[in-house]
Design a protein around this ligand. Sequence first.
Ligand code: 1CP
Length: 353
Amino acid sequence: MAAEFPKLQNDRILRAAFGEEVDRIPVWVMRQAGRYLPEFRAFRVEHDFFKICRTPELACEITLQPIRRYPLDAAIIFSDILVIPQALGFEVLMKPGHGPHFTEPLSSIDDIARIVTPVDVDKELKYVFDAITLTRHKLEGKVPLLGFAGAPWTLFSYMVEGGGSKTMSKSKAWLYAHPQESHKVLGIITDVTVDYLIGQVKAGAQMLQVFESHAEYLGPDSFKEFALPYLRDIVQRVKSAIKDLGYSIPMTVFAKGGHYALSELSTLGYDVIQIDWTINPEEARKRVPDNITLQGNLDPCALYGPADSIQNATKNMVNKFGKRRYIANLGHGIYPDVNPESLAVFIDAVHDF
Ligand code: 1CP
């Protein structure tokens, strides 16, 4: 199937992920297709968020917007981590300015019976696979296309909280009051996520990232019990299945605020570990063995500074990571009120190395 896609012209990010030499440091940015771009905001006036996700032509168009504007080294398919809870039977709305909203979150353990499982991903998430295949063609081999999914603990916390939360106290209460049931739900999410990521690769994704965005709410012990085993399960099952299909695809894990678990994360089988801006890259290198690539980690707020300050911060960051086994990125998604010009300064500063 891969042979049907246009030939890849820029494989820097894949080479860096596998520890091969690169002529210049690859760079992409989380949420690179997003509200900081006027062309994205124009789209959102006309289209509901999940309608864009569910319409391959629209998702493809949004994915390509930042690629047209900037010399990025990867595209990431436009979608959201919450398409998995939707496939499990939850209604999720995206309220402009407020973020995601579940109409009926998991409010008691009896609600576990409402979860629709098993999920036929080829049917329920076909729209994502179609968007990936279309985008892979439309990219014309310019840069690799990344796929992604939310990690089980992060999705579980949304399914219980029903939206964003400052403390995650409802979902953490489940971990302490109902550990057995929590594991059951985490297992259900893991199974569908494995099928989903395999489906993305079959559809044309050339690299995969798993977002454990809510790692910061756990601690070493709860992460070890409720996050780590599922992150391991995902990488091992996906890698083994795609290997049987003849693919070799790098996988990245991002446990935001989870530095306390960096050593353990390094043992799971991911090729790349993304870090946020609250850890010094030199410290991260010490804790992660040198057969793993690091990705990150400029403070997204650095992009509010003037050009010379962005250039200095970027230079400082790259010097700390070193050029080998490195993919440049922000430490979290780009904020909606960043000036698009500032992103260009960041990308150029990385490439100028
Ligand atoms: O360009 C890209 O990076 C691809 C698209 C992408 C990705 C990878 C979007 C589009 N969302 C995501 C992942 C995602 N979604 C994560 C993991 C990464 C992270 O930590 O940021 C998370 C936690 C979500 C959940 C989510 N979706 C939030 C956070 C809410 C909270 O709890 O604080 C929000 C605001 C969204 C909506 C969303 N997703 C994507 C965009 C561009 C937007 C803005 C929606 C809009 O236009 O109204």
